[in-house]
Design a protein around this ligand. Structure first.
Ligand SMILES: [Zn+2]
Length: 145
């Protein structure tokens, strides 16, 4: 979950800070005034057909992996995540989680053992925040070394 998706087209281009990119295929080295994946892909399609096929296949299998990852989430995990989103993303009050009507709705979701109440969701918010903080710390440390 949460793995960053990268367009494989960038394997064949060097991206420069001034916004241009260079094709790294031997004997090409053509420069473009863009980093835009779709534009660079057009170049592969026109000039480097074999690499174009590889990129399209790889991007497609990345999308399939993401879909499978989502399928592998249990209903309990999805219920917990969506209830957390209700509070964090959509700004609903924690007290909604203790609402009887809301609890009745949640109980209709099959195969979910998630405990949904204000405290459980608060705990999950804390856990999620601390995971994000750890990820950021790790990313920053990786940069500075
Ligand atoms: Zn090229």
């Amino acid at each position: 979950m949460g793995r960053k998706k990268t367009n494989t087209v960038y394997r064949y281009f060097e991206l420069h800070e001034d916004g241009t990119s260079t094709c790294t295929m031997p004997e090409c080295g053509k420069t473009f005034k863009t980093h835009h994946g779709a534009n660079l892909l057009k170049h592969l399609k026109r000039i480097h057909e074999e690499e174009y096929t590889k990129v399209v296949d790889l991007n497609r299998s990345q999308e399939e992996n993401t879909a499978i990852e989502l399928q592998n989430c249990t209903n309990s995990e999805i219920v917990l995540r969506e209830c957390t989103n209700l509070v964090v993303v959509h700004g609903r009050p924690f007290s909604l989680m203790n609402d009887t009507a809301f609890q009745n709705l949640i109980s209709l979701i099959p195969n979910s053992e998630a405990t949904v109440n204000a405290q459980a969701i608060k705990d999950n918010v804390k856990l999620t925040a601390s995971n994000i903080r750890d990820e950021l710390v790790n990313a920053l440390q990786a940069r500075s070394t």
